[in-house]
Design a protein around this ligand. Sequence first.
Ligand code: NDP
Length: 448
Amino acid sequence: MAEYDYDLFTIGAGSGGVRASRVAAAHGARVAIAEEYRVGGTCVIRGCVPKKMLVYGAHFAEDLEDATRFGWEIGNAKFDWKRLRDNVLADVDRLNGLYTQTLENNGVDIFGERATITGPHEITLASGETKTARIILIATGARPHVPSIPGHDLGITSNEAFHLDAIPDRILIAGGGYIANEFAGVFNALGAKVTIVNRSDKLLRGYEEALRDRLLQISITKGIDFRFNADLRGIEKNPDGSLKVSMTNNDPIDVDCVLFATGRVPNIEGLGLEAAGVEVNDHGAVTVDDEARTNIASIYAVGDVTNRVQLTPVAIREGQAFADRVFGDKPSKVDYSCIPAAVFSHPPIASVGLTEAQANEQLGSVAVYTSDFRPMKNALVQRNERALYKMICDGETGRVVGLHAIGPEAPEIIQAAAIAVKAGLTKADFDATVAVHPTMAEELVLLK
Ligand code: NDP
């Protein structure tokens, strides 16, 4: 008889947990997974996927406006938020079903309830039932961080944004990172008066400065308001039901909705980590080595709960590498260098490798190439919105160490170009590549 009920028990069926469980099962392990909410996790259920659909939906506002310059008469175009919302949520249901099916097809037992670690090899489910496993994987992800200001419970987070009954007339978005800029673009396009309130004077920390400045300038032109160096002080309900938001250095603002986009914190509460002796760092993240091991030999962790790189494709790689290593006998490690990323703002930003400032810190000599251009489509529709591409090279070798773009389809373009950056190609290699004309991506091989 087997010593444990399972070879692997995964807690959390998000991107990292599902990949790890499915691959471990494919390697022949007996696997179970516990999920207290819905299989798919943040990315599929209330993150990347539904967000991207809202971004598509919102972009029609501009596309319909532009269509007249292309000769189309649109007439009385009307937007129905509930229709978009419900279609998006229905697709989320479909994906939730597919993820569940994938686990089932691989023979993974799914427990739709909360799980707590009650020993190095023991899990107790919310029902009180206990299960044992040779290996436990923590893949519980992260959740929105809400600053503890008075009245914070009057605000919402991205979790609730997908379920709103209506687009608010006026929305205040707290934070200046990914979620703030992505939802600002969506709500602004869908007709809300958007104000971004940020504690510093910088948006999207870590991204190339010139692109952040360009996004700010375009966002202001589109009608988004910004309050910088503004620390939120509190939220109160006005007699008419609207919300009064106070902050430092600025007058209070009356809005109909407050959305907190102020970072995400690892989900470790109530997991039993303390009792099990699993180490957690100062940021509340499970501490792991480069093979996803915690300090307890039988317990591993992947994804946002480890708070390394909070991106779905990274969690998926961590889950895959863990399963291959532990159950597939395949030495496998995640390479964290050169991770491309994108912000699905209006317009989007995408990036891979070093920024100019980082390159200046790390390299002896740096060469920078820039293309600042108006995409052909924007020219015809007389939209004065310019794209900006930046290539950062090692001045000595010509190796491309960073690529940064803001403009239509920037994430699609940078994803492909990131292969060349990852492969260590040089500016000369880019120059030797014939352009596809007319495209925006051709700017990358025509940089002077
Ligand atoms: P970000 O880390 O991108 O931005 C958080 C913002 O909130 C920053 O402007 C930060 O300011 C500010 N902030 C943090 N704490 C406080 C506080 N206590 N009071 C006021 N302001 C605060 O987080 P998001 O919430 O936007 O997104 C979370 C993570 O999810 C991202 O880091 C990203 O990894 C991932 N994500 C990825 C997406 C993508 O790939 N397209 C989309 C959405 C999310 P400061 O800069 O001063 O720290």
